[in-house]
Design a protein around this ligand. Structure first.
Ligand code: GLN
Length: 557
């Protein structure tokens, strides 16, 4: 093959993952699973998501539309696929692992305004595509063997064209053995015909080739293993080798995907094409996880009381963290999504009586908060294990102030600026452990205002239930919020029985509250769900599930 003069010589090899036919085929999980397989072979990997939408980051997007906003250690607000990447691999994600069209264009336009392009006409090709290539190539280093780049959207979308053009160019510049294209498509089984249909795949590959990309490997999402003759047909029509047509079969447990891919020979094929030599993968951890998932000793039911309950993606990391908590206790976790807007004093008993634990997740805005507090009151009074996350923690403080201390007007200034008891408020000044500076929050701007984002240290009170769960005195957890516990009311609240058991190292920011006279009632200002992995279930979720199961057993006896 002709070697281009501008061939890039990098240690890192690249895998580009695109998707076709329709969205929601599980490209993020496929990318994450490939990462898991390569790590199991001893390779050092990283991942990146390129999102075609114009928002600079998903921070401003409604979780109803785009699912959860995933927060990384460094405080980047990113696409939820980065959560899959961190759960499936040991790669640590940060701001460089997620780019949107908005972020790319923003940078190009900023450069244009600064005169960086020296009077040239700024165009999609080469300026935008170069910016994309730079974003991708910054991942290359002697520490990374393979970088897996996932392109959001579906081939054929107008939005994703610059990204596809950029990876097309990179394929040429990096050379065959250093760049691999994997395309995820759909092979439906048509019941009435009793047949698997390959046409959508053929069309999708045709679309990809029209923009200059010939996929090397096809991942075919389907409900059954593809028989050899179907693989042969797809191979023939799409110009790929037969053993590069991989069945991406539907699974009950997402952690089974690496195992299915391996069985189909995917990782071996990737190694062949990238001309790499490694040991056979050790997949015993994944086998164990799947086995535990499929053979639980018992089950437990958790109510998630929130307002984004219609779209399961809105609480992706949370759902997974609960599953992990179940794995750690050999239990199946059934999730009951409860719409807080429909919860009332009258129906709460009926709705929650079959639940062993209650969880109130994070959120923004007034809608549904009264219902959440009804659920919290119920869990507090009936001694049902409770975990409140971020807004869930703040509401547990408000509920306590209102119903135990009798401060009927207690509120967060997020919901009522004129409350006489602002137990949750905007702290105007606070020492930021991330920047090492005193940070200020601006009361006037409510959207762009400074959020506390990313990992912050928290010291735990020895002997508390939180400490019991973590078995550590200092922890680091990820944040995404503006409002804080108001220390002016700390003494009164603690005296009445809601204890502060976790704070920032200087003791100023309240991070964890815990009810004294209750089997397990914890509210955390941070989002523990972002750090839970199937291979390392988060201590709080493990403890919460354990307490909920104990509650179930006690109810039964
Ligand atoms: N709305 C609350 C705040 O900004 C809680 C945010 C959250 O739950 N992530 O402080």
């Amino acid at each position: 093959m002709r070697v281009p003069k501008n061939r890039r010589k990098l240690h890192t090899k690249f895998i580009f993952i695109t998707g076709g036919v329709l969205s929601s085929l599980g490209k993020g999980l496929a990318a994450a699973s490939i990462g898991a397989l390569l790590e199991a072979r001893g390779l050092r990997i990283t991942l990146q998501k390129l999102d075609p939408y114009i928002n600079v980051d998903p921070g401003t997007m409604n979780p109803f539309q785009h699912g959860e906003v995933y927060v990384t250690e460094d405080g980047a607000e990113t696409d939820l696929d980065l959560g899959h990447y961190e759960r499936f691999t040991s790669a640590r994600m940060s701001a460089v692992n997620n780019y949107t069209s908005g972020k790319i264009y923003y940078s190009v336009i900023t450069k244009e305004r600064k005169g960086v392009y020296l009077g040239g006409t700024v165009q999609i090709i080469p300026h935008v595509t170069d910016e994309i290539k730079e974003a991708i190539l910054q991942l290359a280093s002697s520490q990374i063997d393979v970088a897996i780049i996932e392109i959001g959207g579906t081939v054929g979308d107008i939005e994703s064209l610059p990204f596809l053009e950029a990876i097309r160019q990179l394929g040429y510049e990096l050379g065959k053995e250093n760049a691999l294209y994997i395309h995820l498509t759909y092979v439906p089984y048509i019941k009435t015909a009793g047949e698997l249909k390959t046409k959508p795949t053929q069309h999708s590959v045709k679309e990809l080739r029209a923009i200059g990309i010939q996929p090397d490997i096809l991942l075919c999402r389907t409900d059954r293993f593809l028989p050899p003759e179907i693989k042969k047909k797809i191979a023939l029509f799409c110009n790929v080798e037969e053993d590069a047509v991989i069945t991406a079969k539907d699974v009950d447990c997402i952690y089974e995907i690496p195992l299915v891919f391996h069985k189909e020979g995917l990782d071996a094929k990737i190694m062949e094409y990238l001309n790499m030599w490694t040991r056979e993968p050790d997949l015993s951890v994944w086998e164990k996880i799947v086995y535990t998932y499929k053979h639980p000793e018992d089950e437990v039911t958790i109510a998630i009381v929130g307002k984004y309950v219609h779209l399961k993606d809105s609480y992706k990391s949370l759902n997974e963290a609960l599953v992990h908590g179940g794995l750690a206790n050999k239990l199946r976790v059934n999730l009951k999504f409860v719409n807080s807007e429909e919860l009332t004093e009258e129906n709460v008993e009926e709705v929650l009586k079959d639940c062993d634990g209650v969880l109130v997740p994070g959120g923004f805005g007034t809608r549904g908060i009264e219902g959440k507090m009804i659920a919290i009151k119920y869990a507090r009074e009936k001694k049902i294990p409770f975990l409140g996350i971020c807004l869930g923690m703040q509401l547990s403080v408000i509920e306590f102030a209102r119903n135990v201390l009798g401060w009927k007007d207690a509120n967060s200034t997020e919901f009522d600026k004129n409350t006489s008891k602002p137990v949750i408020y905007l702290m105007k000044e606070w020492y930021d452990y991330r920047t090492g500076k005193v940070e200020k929050r601006d009361e006037t701007s409510d959207l762009g205002g400074t959020m506390r984002l990313g990992a912050y240290p928290c010291k735990l009170l020895k002997g508390s239930k939180a400490w019991e769960a973590y078995q550590k005195e200092e922890i680091f957890e990820r944040h995404r919020h503006r409002y804080e516990f108001n220390n002016a009311y700390r003494e009164d609240i603690e005296k009445a029985g809601l204890k502060v058991v976790g704070t920032s190292p200087d003791g100023e920011l309240v991070e964890i509250v815990e009810l004294e006279d209750h089997p397990w009632f914890i509210g955390v200002q941070f989002h523990p769900e972002f750090k839970s992995k199937p291979t390392a279930p988060h201590p709080l979720f493990k403890a919460f599930i354990k307490a909920s199961f104990k509650n179930k057993k006690e109810k039964e006896s």
